[in-house]
Design a protein around this ligand. Structure first.
Ligand SMILES: [Fe+2]
Length: 187
């Protein structure tokens, strides 16, 4: 019996094909999701350095691929125990798949009328733990936060329509009702 493992290069090729066929983010994430799972399960791209985290940020962002115009960005993201990311959107479609360890995702809904710059009210809708090979998809305006509630560094595979530091996107403080720009530091 022969098996072929799905490689990053094949995944990128498939991403190009999908995004050349449609610009509908719902259709894109539906088609990318099973492929991202296969890539996450195969782990051919995963290296020890991808477990490195930025202590100030609480997580480590490791770029695996982006196109010359910053589209089709693929990252390994590592999360320190007890740390996470504040509520945020992505400004582009996203597919996140667990690779090593469970990560808790909290899903939020924005409920204000968006008329006041810098002001946002968001309400928690649900929370779910995603383990290895479990994928979650996001539309550009979807808001989530992430927490690593385990005692070990976790790693997940993140695929975005565009590198998240090149989209217009926000982080939210639900207690202070503040919306502000969200950039991540790459390792
Ligand atoms: Fe996110």
């Amino acid at each position: 019996m022969t098996t072929t493992t799905y490689e990053l290069a094949s995944f990128i090729s498939d991403l190009r094909t999908i995004t050349a066929t449609t610009t509908d983010p719902r259709e894109i994430v539906a088609r990318v999701r099973p492929l991202a799972r296969e890539l996450a399960i195969g782990k051919t791209w995963l290296e020890p350095k991808h477990y490195a985290c930025d202590p100030a940020q609480g997580f480590g962002v490791h770029l695996l691929h982006e196109e010359g115009d910053h589209t089709l960005a693929v990252f390994a993201v590592a999360w320190l125990p007890g740390r996470g990311a504040p509520p945020h959107n992505h400004g582009t479609w996203a597919v996140v798949t667990g690779v090593d360890g469970p990560e808790t995702n909290i899903f939020w809904e924005r409920v204000d009328d968006r008329s006041r710059p810098g002001y946002a009210e968001i309400v928690e809708q649900a929370r779910k733990v995603f383990g290895a090979a479990e994928a979650v998809t996001f539309l550009p305006d979807s808001i989530h936060s992430v927490i690593n509630e385990t005692a070990d560094v976790t790693v997940s595979l993140h695929v975005y329509g565009k590198h998240i530091n090149y989209t217009v996107r926000s982080q939210f403080d639900p207690a202070r009702r503040v919306e502000q720009e969200f950039k991540v530091k790459e390792s």
